[in-house]
Design a protein around this ligand. Structure first.
Ligand code: F6P
Length: 195
């Protein structure tokens, strides 16, 4: 099968502080992940000249793909992380404390909950449609370097998981499991650097 490899960006400086959203650069651990990812991709695709690397437009995915040399890279806005609107830059603790109603509504229905002036999971799923169409069209391997919410949605599509599960999919799933679709396979973790 033609592989579609899904990976999250390396750890960001905001991840370290527990802040959501933003456009941070990588932590030291994140930089290490980027190097390991590059080695992995080089080894895995040395004979596949046509493989390409897709990132979001946010620094943390672009920097994670930066050390990968010799493959074309494409930036997609549709691969950007879920927009947390007014909560962008906050920690979950801060949201719980300062906006308890928002926190509770999201907890109750994470799939449909839309951040004020931001997005819901359903919004993200909808905006991913052109990416999925393009992925399905590819004849060569693609490495997708993206974000937690987006990868949950992409993984669910390729692994045939129901909508309601999407916001709760654990990271190890897209890092280790193959696709149920015959013509593709999803995967990743160059090693367990981030866990
Ligand atoms: O914490 C990292 C992050 O990518 C945030 O930017 C984003 O809001 C969040 O994960 C999405 O995960 P969840 O839907 O579980 O809050």
């Amino acid at each position: 099968p033609r592989p579609i490899l899904l990976t999250r960006h390396g750890e960001s400086r905001d991840n370290v502080r527990g802040r959501i959203g933003g456009d941070p650069v990588l932590s030291e651990k994140g930089e290490l992940y980027a190097k390991k990812l590059a080695n992995f991709v080089k080894k895995r695709f040395q004979n596949e000249r046509a493989a390409s690397i897709w990132t979001s437009t946010l620094q943390r995915t672009i920097l994670s793909a930066n050390p990968i040399a010799g493959f074309p890279k494409v930036q997609w806005r549709a691969l950007d992380e879920i927009n947390a609107g007014v909560c962008d830059g906050m920690t979950y603790e801060e949201i719980k404390k300062n906006m308890p109603d928002e926190y509770e509504s999201r907890k109750k229905d994470k799939l449909r909950y839309r951040y004020p002036r931001g997005e819901s999971y359903l919004d993200v799923i909808q905006r991913l449609e052109p990416v999925i169409i393009e992925l399905e069209r590819q004849r060569a391997p693609v490495v997708v370097v993206s974000h937690q919410a987006v990868l949950r949605a992409l993984y669910a599509y390729f692994a045939d998981r129901p909508l309601k599960e999407i916001p709760h999919i654990e990271r190890y799933k897209w890092e280790s499991q193959g696709s149920k679709r015959k013509d593709t396979s999803s995967w990743i973790d160059p090693d367990s650097a981030q866990r």
